[in-house]
Write a protein that binds this ligand. Structure first.
Ligand SMILES: *Cc1c(COP(=O)(O)O)cnc(C)c1O
Length: 364
């Protein structure tokens, strides 16, 4: 599903040089490398400010806490996401309220989210699942008319662009993950918040660093969620390949869209415009998932399930409030989705082989 060791030698060299630069600087946490990367990422996304964090989950928690969200508040999000999305809400002390998805995209369903809104709702965490940004105008209007903040979970959506705007520039706050397998990945954990509010950026900077305002003064209860110089330096190098790698992911997805014809397998719906999907993952749906996985594995092709268990079936969320009409689409998607290889190191031979192997699958 990923093949970092197949990355070009020149990229590896450049990363090692960047690490050496950090060693030479003698400064390892929250220094110039972090500031440089923050500035580059903010301008890449079309946001005013960026705040590096230790990981994507913290970026979400800090975003919510900077907005003043905590105990007694509710945050609406999707039941089909990485557990970290919901864990970040739980960690603020707020209550997650789980809404259903649209089956054709896997994304949060607006009608379901509307049924989840209450007087206590402070924010919607909109997850750009699999790398798709959709209907942002409608979501902005929805949040505004309901008087709730829009917080974007961009962990899978680096460079996804809809109607000329990048993921990370729509919400009042947006959280990115640079976990190694994400479209832009560090060689360890890293995350970041984008926002165009100076006040919120300053609050986030305070929260990530023990709630410190000026040195040794701690007016709020913060956390330790700082970004390392080495990770920032590596991210700056990898940012140089991100556009090219994103185009490659799109090419791979287009190939699958055109070539996969197996009657036992269905594809997700295409994005509204090509730039609005960066294919962090390429998903198929099938009622014969285990058989298909076995078939592919027996031909040497790895697959994963994103995600096999919807959030409302996870133990800490069994009693979470949810759409009163149920979360049946999330449940159905969890049972039928399968992620096939979609990463920039796949060769055209790999793609032919994967498509042929999927097309030759016969369900029993
Ligand atoms: C990866 C991911 C996160 C968490 O990011 P970490 O850096 O692993 O903490 C949050 N949300 C989504 C949708 C993710 O895919």
């Amino acid at each position: 599903m990923n093949d970092f060791k197949a990355e070009p030698d020149s990229l590896r060299r450049a990363m090692l040089d960047a690490v050496e630069r950090v060693f030479d600087s003698g400064w390892y946490v929250l220094g110039n490398e972090v500031v440089n990367f923050e500035n580059n990422w903010a301008s890449t996304c079309g946001a005013e400010f960026a705040v590096g964090t230790a990981n994507g989950m913290d970026a979400l928690e800090i975003s919510l806490r900077a907005l003043g969200i905590g105990e007694g508040d509710e945050v609406v999000t999707t039941s089909m996401t990485a557990f970290a999305t919901v864990l970040s809400i739980l960690r603020t002390g707020a209550t997650p309220v789980l809404a259903d998805i649209d089956l054709s995209t896997g994304l949060l369903c607006m009608e379901s989210a509307a049924r989840c809104i209450s007087r206590k709702t402070k924010a919607i965490v909109l997850v750009h699942l699999y790398g798709q940004v959709r209907a942002m105008g409608a979501w902005l209007a929805f949040c505004e008319s309901n008087g709730v903040h829009l917080v974007e979970d961009c962990a899978q959506a680096h460079l996804a662009k809809s109607e000329g705007r990048m993921a990370g520039s729509f919400g009042i706050m947006a959280a990115f993950s640079f976990y190694p397998t994400k479209n832009l990945g560090a060689v360890g954990d890293a995350g970041l918040i984008t926002t165009s509010s100076k006040e919120l950026a300053d609050k986030a900077k305070q929260l990530r660093n023990y709630g410190q305002s000026i040195r040794y003064h701690h007016p709020v209860v913060g956390l330790n969620s700082r970004l390392d110089e080495i990770q920032a330096a590596i991210l700056s190098v990898r940012l140089g390949t991100l556009s090219e790698y994103t185009i490659r992911r799109r090419t791979i997805a287009n190939y699958y869209d055109e070539q996969l014809t197996n009657q036992f397998v269905s594809k997700m719906s295409a994005p509204d415009e090509p730039s609005a999907h960066v294919y962090h993952l390429y998903i198929l749906q099938t009622d014969f998932r285990q058989q298909l996985q076995d078939h592919l594995l027996s031909h040497g092709i790895q697959t994963f399930i994103h995600y096999p268990i919807p959030i409302h079936h996870q133990k800490p969320c069994l009693t979470c409030r949810r759409d009163p009409e149920g979360l049946t689409n999330s449940e159905r998607h969890a049972e039928t989705c399968i992620s096939i290889p979609c990463h920039p190191q796949l060769s055209s031979d790999d793609l032919h082989y994967i498509a042929e192997t999927i097309n030759s699958f016969q369900a029993e």
